[in-house]
Design a protein around this ligand. Sequence first.
Ligand SMILES: [Zn+2]
Length: 429
Amino acid sequence: MDTASLIFTAVFCALLVLSLITRTVLASRQIRHVARHRAAVPAAFSDTISLPAHQKAADYTITKSRFGLLDLAIDAALLLGWTLLGGLSWLNQTLLDALGGGMLQQLALLAAFALIGGLITLPLGWWATFRIEERFGFNKMTLSLWLGDLVKGTFVGALVGLPIAALVLWLMGAAGATWWLWAWGVWMAFNLLALVLYPTVIAPLFNKFEPLQDETLKTRVNALMQRCGFAAKGLFVMDGSKRSAHANAYFTGFGAAKRVVFFDTLLQQLSPAEIDAVLAHELGHYKRRHIIKRIALMFGLSLLGFALLGWLSGQIWFYTGLGVMPALDAPNNALALLLFMMVVPLLTFFLSPLMAGMSRSHEFEADAYAMAQTSGADLASALLKLFKDNASTLTPDPVYAQFYYSHPPASERLARLLAASPAQTARPA
Ligand SMILES: [Zn+2]
């Protein structure tokens, strides 16, 4: 191997080891911190959360964190297997021998890579649902529903993924030195299209969406939306209980396709005033332009990503340094895409604290908006119920939360909500 390849191999290994150590240290901190605080409910929650509920949350968090460590080890082994141990090189050569070098071979390589990775990690998904979620009473899926989702998801993935992959591969071969700029444009257009098609076409393949029936709630929600100057095309209830007891509510779509979706599990757990407060929080994300900011950031970061890919795909050491022999007489574009998708998370992982920090400050802003439009006490009691019903820990490790949490820990959020509404206190959930 030449020097450039060796240097790149060393950088890759260093990044992999560094991210593995960071992830392991963080997960161990979280496990230890939660275990240490398992015996007693934190003082701020002593009136609202029972000891058994607190301990269930601790056990759930610890179980999931341990499982995360196993997942981490398997992912790292898979990454090494594909790259330095020669898996991807072998797969590419086998397909070249069978199909020759052309678009078909490149698409086959992408599909085979996705299928093999999917099959290897399949038992992990099964374990997470039927062992962990099941044990804590959250899983509502049957094995046949799970398998049905798997088949449907694979078909939708192929139907959506293969044409876009073909288009990007074609650009890589035909659009000259600035192909990455064109490919970026295609990718962005695809993302915007997905924002419209996901709620209207794809999500209904997996769940039933029915117009909200409850007239009292409808009147309340419509009044709130009018007050906030927000027009949505419809209020829908989704049968989330088909799969999980976890509750949620969200806005999706853009422009005329915008809709509000409540999980049926949320409507069962919260009072109308609490639902109002949760919805006002979501409206706050729109009103404070968080969605637009997030999309703009994604546009900017992916432009950087495509520029980097454009440069890397032309360097031989990018392939050889990762254990892959590029073909001399056939396009290596699919190889470049796969290697890039495997390597980039090692870099972006170290951006997670920045992204999580931005997301947390957005959550505080949305809470403040909800407080101004509805009541802080209602939002606080809704959050408390959701924390309890989702068995989220009230005592996360501060460093872990700083690094990963997209939402501020319950104690911080509730403290702000209750401090701002001193006349009321959160009702016990
Ligand atoms: Zn939020």
